[in-house]
Ligand binder design. Sequence first.
Ligand SMILES: CC(C)(COP(=O)(O)OP(=O)(O)OC[C@H]1O[C@@H](n2cnc3c(N)ncnc32)[C@H](O)[C@@H]1OP(=O)(O)O)[C@@H](O)C(=O)NCCC(=O)NCCS
Length: 163
Amino acid sequence: MTVRDARQDEFADLAAVTLAAYRDLLGPAMDAGYAAELADVDGRAGLVDLLVSVDEAGTVEGGVVYIPGPGPMAWFHGEDEAGLRMLAVDPGAQGRGVGTALVVACLARAAGAGKRRLLLHTTASMTAARRLYERAGFRRDVEHDHLLAGGVALLAYVADVGQ
Ligand SMILES: CC(C)(COP(=O)(O)OP(=O)(O)OC[C@H]1O[C@@H](n2cnc3c(N)ncnc32)[C@H](O)[C@@H]1OP(=O)(O)O)[C@@H](O)C(=O)NCCC(=O)NCCS
């Protein structure tokens, strides 16, 4: 598998994979607004880094949004911080290390940019993601937990970059 920046001709596949992964976890009743946000790869292109993992045949198996610093899609303000969002692996490709490779690529990108911390939020129901993050060196950052208007609790995680 290869992790790299998504090409424009892969945006539709990245949107499909992202939606499939979240729908598989959250069920068909997933909020329509959230589904539209997840699928809007075109809308975030150029604002943040879009990473994909592709197999030998070039098929997009997963993706993640890497937020290089304060600005579009960032919820943090530190110049020494970067973030990740919307980590997703196609349900048929899960359990083979694709998600881990995407997170490791975000950590490497943050280290290459001289960042000190990589931040993310997840939820209690995202158990596979939480195991993955903890294996990759993230720890809970309860001070930055956040309750969404709809009542969903976002759990904050942080990793020290380059350690
Ligand atoms: C979270 C998610 C991205 C993980 O993707 P993934 O590609 O399955 O992740 P990995 O394969 O790296 O790790 C998952 C499991 O596979 C195992 N695994 C990794 N590489 C493996 C390999 N080569 N052989 C066998 N098992 C392997 C890991 O040990 C891990 O096991 P565990 O979860 O039981 O501890 C995926 O489940 C997903 O898209 N979920 C829905 C969306 C979501 O929750 N996103 C997170 C938003 S914060």
